[in-house]
Design a protein around this ligand. Structure first.
Ligand SMILES: *[C@@H]1O[C@H](CO)[C@@H](O)[C@H](O)[C@H]1NC(C)=O
Ligand SMILES: *[C@@H]1O[C@H](CO)[C@@H](O)[C@H](O)[C@H]1NC(C)=O
Length: 226
C-alpha cells in the first residue's frame, strides 16, 4: 500500500517538474511584445527605451528649450520675475555678488537677478528646473562653507526643519554677507522667532512684500564677520 502511494507521488512530482520546465522554456523563447519597432533606426524620442534608469537622453534639449520659452513668455512668469526684481532692488545686491537661491521653484529669482546684472547665481530646489535651477536638498546643501555673498531662502515656511534650513544657508554665506528668508506674511513676534533660528547673524530688518502674487514677509540678516 505504501509503495503504491510512493509511486503515485513520484509520478505527480515528475509531472510538475515537466510542466514547470516547459513553461520556463516557453517564456524564454517568447519574444516580448512591445509597441516599438526595434528595427526602426530613428525611433521617436518618446518611444525610445532609456538605456538605464539614469538615461535622460530621451528628454531632448530642444523640447526643454521650447517648453521653457513657452513658460517664460507667460504673464504669470514675467510678473513673478518683476516682483523678485523689486525685492532685490531694495537690497542693493552688487553685480559681482555670488548669489545662492534656496527653494528657487522654477527660477523666478534667478532671472530677476540675471536681468539686474548679477550673473553668478546658483539656485537649488528639491525638483530641478534646468537650466535655471538644480536639484539639492535645502537641509543639506552641497556647497562649501562661505561660498556665497548672498543667500536667499525663498520658502522657509515650507521647510521641514526650519533650523536646519536656515543653518545651511547661514553656513554657505561668508562673514559680512547677507541672508534673506521669506515666510508667509507675519508680525513682529514671528519675525523675532525666525531671526532666532540664525546662530551667527544679526537682524537687519523685516518688510512685507508681494512675491509671485503672494503676501510674504522677508527678513534680512547679516552674517557676523569671523
Ligand atoms: C550691473 O549690471 C547692469 C546690467 O548689466 C548694468 O546696467 C549696471 O550698470 C551694472 N551696475 C554696476 C554697478 O556695475
Ligand atoms: C505685515 O502686515 C501685517 C498685516 O498688515 C502686519 O500685521 C505685520 O506687522 C506686517 N509685518 C511687517 C514685518 O511689517
Amino acid at each position: 500500500m505504501e509503495k503504491h502511494v510512493q509511486a503515485l507521488l513520484n509520478k505527480l512530482s515528475f509531472a510538475s517538474v515537466t510542466i514547470a520546465t516547459l513553461t520556463l522554456l516557453l517564456l524564454y523563447l517568447q519574444t516580448p511584445e512591445t509597441c516599438v519597432d526595434p528595427s526602426d533606426p530613428k525611433p521617436k524620442p518618446h518611444a525610445r527605451f532609456p538605456g538605464s534608469t539614469c538615461d535622460y537622453t530621451h528628454r531632448t534639449y530642444t523640447s526643454l528649450e521650447k517648453r521653457n520659452r513657452r513658460i517664460w513668455s507667460t504673464k504669470t512668469w514675467t510678473s513673478a520675475v518683476s516682483s523678485y526684481a523689486a525685492l532685490f532692488k531694495t537690497l542693493k545686491v552688487s553685480n559681482h555678488s555670488r548669489a545662492l537661491i534656496v527653494s528657487a521653484g522654477p527660477g523666478h529669482a534667478v532671472v530677476a537677478l540675471n536681468e539686474m546684472g548679477v550673473e553668478d547665481v546658483t539656485a537649488v530646489e528639491l525638483v530641478e528646473s534646468p537650466p535655471l535651477v538644480s536639484r539639492a536638498d535645502p537641509h543639506n546643501l552641497p556647497f562649501f562653507d562661505e561660498a556665497f555673498d548672498f543667500g536667499f531662502g525663498v520658502y522657509l515656511d515650507r521647510a521641514l526643519f526650519p533650523g536646519r534650513y536656515v543653518g545651511e544657508i547661514e553656513r554657505s554665506v561668508r562673514g559680512g554677507g547677507e541672508c534673506l528668508v521669506a515666510v508667509e506674511e507675519c508680525g513682529a513676534e514671528e519675525v523675532e522667532e525666525v531671526a532666532r533660528l540664525f546662530k551667527k547673524s544679526r537682524f537687519v530688518d523685516a518688510k512685507n512684500v508681494s512675491l509671485g502674487g503672494e503676501r510674504r514677509t522677508r527678513i534680512l540678516m547679516k552674517v557676523n564677520d569671523n
